[in-house]
Write a protein that binds this ligand. Structure first.
Ligand code: PRX
Length: 640
């Protein structure tokens, strides 16, 4: 797997695609380059504002404020204005349960549900500025919960439903949430996951939570704490079906979303209402070339930023019709996604390279057995897509007629930053192509000088509306992580290469953050989960290349005296990590070792561990305190 440009071919979109596309020429790029702030103001006009801003941008690095003085509401922009425009009966969501049943939900129905939900939350005392944790399966109520919070001005913090009780607890504690919205359980491969039970365990150590709203999904028996827990259906039974949307300042917070960093503590990324919504509404329209009759399907979970921006806020602010699917791609069979595309006539399909590589492994016969002729555009997100997977995706899913947008962005950027607008920017398989209009992306060297052609570090060198406004409760970390490498230039943590045509080739993380199936997991998080086990004295974790998941976790573990390596312990440690963080953080390989390669100052040399894990010749070992350690480790690793 490689994503270098060697032999890179340029692929133009089909004439048919271009003829129907919203964007026909490069004028939008020129307009944005001539006056980026004016361009973003025009983008902000895609939203409905109660009051217009008086100042478009206040840039006091690293703090940006956009659309100052403007007032709006995200829920109003995703719902009310569509109802007012006569779109109440337009389908908002085709929800497909894992079991195969479906629900077609109109904008009018979503509007009513969100208004009631907002009143229910209000009834429990939640108000503007409160933090509300959402821990839900992929059911429409997850989106309703987010929009209901937005409606009353409460700040939501969605925690992915696959995370453990410890992860949920840490996130609730960090933001001092006072309300949790969850479900009794969610479906995964035919079985139920006891979300409420996991949440109950987390709540044992979350004294700030006063109320819990429980959506009924699995109908599994659950514990109900009197006075604290409330059934969603009971709460909404006797509330009004209109709730006045709270006029929010553009810079008022819309949500916090936690993402992993290089320490064990996740970062609560803060997004504000005006800027984030401007990014979401604009990028959805531009990148996905959205039309009124499109059936859009983003396969992400609402617990990730992709679900926030391209299930909830972007598509709904554009009044799009979309598919929301509850389950996994391989249940009950490995053609489930293609069956869904066929059933709902999906036209724009957005998924992750990990999924594409799984589809490749499962074989082209599966998509060939379904009618995919409704598809007109494909997207990729979360990690670099290798050219082989890109080409397979185009051929077997896109039938050589659908352009592919490889979209680079982050939780922190709020929306897509680097991606083709495929009607005007030809693709190169494996490259995210060029920055979107209004985005100032550069490749810089260590000292911050621009590299016109060659490899360096990606930077965004001017502010953009949907940029993160900070890390919840930790301004110092915000400055240190993103703004200390260069002066006034955003450091996303990714390596990049710029080719002779100005195309960006994203090379993955350059820090200690791993990308497992496109999801950020910090090495430190997994290490602290491992040393939390009674048998573990020390551990070092690295991301190693994996053909399916992009990266996989390799954990080097030193046991405490008295513990001995065994297959059972290996499994126990792996389960322990899953219990502490969630299944996505399970190490693929655990290597027991007596020592770790450390510098004389005691820093673990992860680079060497990666070399060992990926079977490469060892790099420079001269700075090691004890060079023999790596040779021993190498021998142990290859025996595994
Ligand atoms: O390394 C980049 C990778 O995913 C990181 C951001 O992860 P997260 O905040 O979880 O958001 C994922 C969904 C937007 C980035 O720093 N990444 C994301 N998209 C791409 C990518 N790497 C290469 N190509 C992409 N298209």
């Amino acid at each position: 797997m490689s994503n270098t440009a060697a032999g890179a071919q340029t692929i133009k979109s089909s004439d048919e695609y271009i003829a129907k596309a919203n964007i026909k020429d490069l004028s939008i790029y020129k307009e944005a380059a001539a006056d980026p702030v004016a361009y973003w103001e025009k983008c902000a006009e895609r939203l409905d504002w109660f009051d217009k801003w008086h100042t478009a941008l206040d840039w006091n690095p690293p703090f940006a404020k956009w659309f100052i003085g403007g007032k709006l509401n995200a829920s109003y922009n995703c719902l009310d204005r569509h109802i007012k425009n006569g779109l109440g009966s337009k389908t908002a969501i085709y929800w497909e349960a894992e079991s195969g049943e479906g629900k077609e939900i109109s904008y009018g129905e979503v509007y009513k549900a969100v208004n009631k939900f907002a009143n229910a939350i209000k009834k429990l005392g939640a108000k503007k500025g409160d933090r509300v944790a959402i821990y839900m399966p992929m059911v429409p109520e997850a989106a309703y919960a987010m929009l209901a919070c937005a409606r009353i001005g409460a700040i939501h913090s969605v925690v992915f439903g696959g995370f453990s009780s410890d992860s949920l607890r840490d996130r609730i504690q960090d933001a001092s949430c006072n309300l949790l919205i969850t479900a009794d359980g969610g479906y995964r491969r035919g079985k139920t996951i006891a979300l409420k039970e996991i949440a109950d365990k987390a709540l044992e150590e979350c004294p700030t939570i006063n109320n819990v709203i429980v959506v009924e999904r699995s109908k599994d028996a659950i514990n109900f704490k009197k006075g604290r827990d409330h059934w969603y259906h009971d709460l909404i039974a006797d509330v009004d079906d209109f709730c006045e949307p709270e006029p929010m300042d553009a810079e008022d917070m819309l949500f916090i979303l936690y993402t992993s960093g290089t320490t064990g503590k996740p970062k609560g990324i803060m997004h504000t209402t005006g800027g984030y919504m401007t990014g979401a509404v604009t990028t959805t329209k531009l990148v996905f070339d959205l039309k009124n009759d499109d059936i859009f399907w983003c396969t992400a979970d609402v617990g990730w930023i992709t679900g926030h921006s391209y299930i909830v806020y972007g598509p709904m602010a554009n009044a799009a019709t979309q598919v929301m699917y509850e389950g996994t791609p391989d249940f009950p069979a490995k053609d489930r996604f293609w069956k869904i595309v066929e059933k709902y006539k999906v036209s724009v399909f957005y998924t992750a390279p990990t999924a594409v590589r799984a589809f490749m492994k499962w074989g082209a016969d599966l998509p060939a057995g379904c009618d995919l002729s409704s598809l007109r555009l494909l997207g990729s997100v979360g990690e670099p897509i290798n050219p082989e997977a890109w080409l397979w995706y185009g051929e077997h899913i896109g039938k050589n007629k659908c352009p592919i947008v490889d979209t680079w962005w982050q939780t922190e950027t709020g929306g897509v930053m680097i991606s083709a607008i495929p009607s005007v920017i030809p693709a190169k398989p494996g490259s995210a192509t060029k920055p979107l209009p209004g985005i100032d992306a550069k490749v810089l060297d260590e000292t911050g000088n621009e590299i016109k052609e060659g490899t360096g570090t990606l930077s965004i060198t001017s502010p953009w509306p949907s940029m993160l406004r900070g890390i919840w409760g930790d301004e110092k970390r915000f400055k240190d992580v993103y703004w200390s490498k260069w002066d006034q230039k955003y450091f996303p943590g990714d390596g990049a290469r710029l080719d002779e045509d100005g195309y960006f080739w994203l090379l993955g993380r350059i820090d200690d953050v791993m990308l497992i199936s496109g999801h950020n997991i910090g090495t430190a998080e997994v290490e602290s989960a491992l040393v939390d086990h009674k048998s573990v004295a020390e551990s070092a974790v690295v991301g190693i290349k994996d053909d399916l998941t992009g990266q996989a976790i390799a954990a080097f573990v030193i046991l405490k005296d008295g513990s001995t390596p065994s297959d059972e312990l290996n499994k126990e440690l792996s389960d322990h990590v899953a219990g502490k963080i969630g299944k996505i953080a399970k190490p693929k390989k655990i290597i027991f070792t007596a020592d770790l390669p450390k510098t004389r100052s005691g820093k673990i040399m992860r680079r060497l561990l990666r070399d060992i894990g990926e079977g490469r010749a060892l790099g420079d070992v001269t700075t090691l305190a004890d060079a023999s350690v790596v040779e021993k480790l190498k021998a142990t690793y290859s025996e595994e």
